[in-house]
Ligand binder design. Structure first.
Ligand code: ADP
Length: 217
């Protein structure tokens, strides 16, 4: 868009100024004038046209910057506004006393890849498909083992919050090589930090968001 404006309306000297600023930013008008072999007063109107049209930005005592946004910056700015709360889905939450067998049944019925485990209503752990498979193939009596024995437990649970930026949350999923994050709300109970589970942010939520963002264009 901005490039079209440059091609159509800006003169040769203005285009050269933009190229110089792109390469040497921040750069003062004096230095631009030197590079073009013209006086500063000759440049004045060009620079004001370029700053007024948003191509360049003048910062006092620093110089001129090129301000056209790269595609990456524009994508980031769009994603930056999206919060975990905008894309999260409903969690499947079960008590730590539930057996491995019942958890497997729940996973099938709910068509979900991980369960969040609570103790007295607060987040205590997570079990994934593979956690359950491991227990099942280990020859254990899965009808009597409670999830509290096999779950990945607090404080090792990676969590996110409704207000967290979705990009930051997606980075947690990648860094920790997990499929989902419980979306939690912090409570303080008897001087201890506890977490209520409000939702679930999974790789599927991020994939859906990715597809929707492209569809919007
Ligand atoms: P799977 O094991 O089915 O591939 P994940 O990649 O989500 O599924 O889980 C890998 C391991 O990480 C499992 O042991 C699981 O209990 C644990 N885990 C899953 N989600 C979290 C989380 N949010 N925080 C900490 N550990 C997790």
């Amino acid at each position: 868009m901005i490039n079209e404006v440059i091609n159509i309306e800006f003169n040769e000297r203005q285009k050269k100024i933009v190229d110089i600023v792109k390469e040497f930013q921040p750069i003062t008008s004096e230095h631009i004038a030197n590079k073009l072999n013209v006086s500063r007063s000759t440049l004045r109107s060009d620079l004001s046209i370029l700053t007024m049209s948003g191509i360049l930005e003048a910062r006092p005592k620093v110089g001129y910057f090129y301000t056209e946004e790269s595609d990456e910056t524009m994508i980031y700015k769009k994603i930056e506004k999206i919060k975990v709360g905008d894309v999260k889905s409903l969690p499947v939450v079960v008590d730590e006393k539930v057996t491995v067998y019942d958890a497997i049944v729940t996973m099938f019925l709910e068509d979900i890849g991980s369960l969040y485990i609570v103790s007295e209503g607060y987040l205590a752990g997570v079990v994934s498909r593979k956690d359950l498979l491991k227990t099942a193939i280990g020859g254990n009596d899965i009808k009597s083992i409670p999830l509290s024995i096999i779950m990945t437990r607090m404080p090792n649970i990676i969590m996110t919050y409704t207000q967290e930026n979705v990009f930051e949350a997606a980075k947690k999923i990648i860094i920790h090589q997990i499929d989902s994050l419980p979306v939690v709300e912090k409570h303080v109970k008897d001087g201890q930090e506890k977490y209520k589970v409000l939702g679930r942010l999974s790789k599927s939520n991020i994939t859906k968001l990715f597809v929707e963002m492209v569809k919007e264009k």
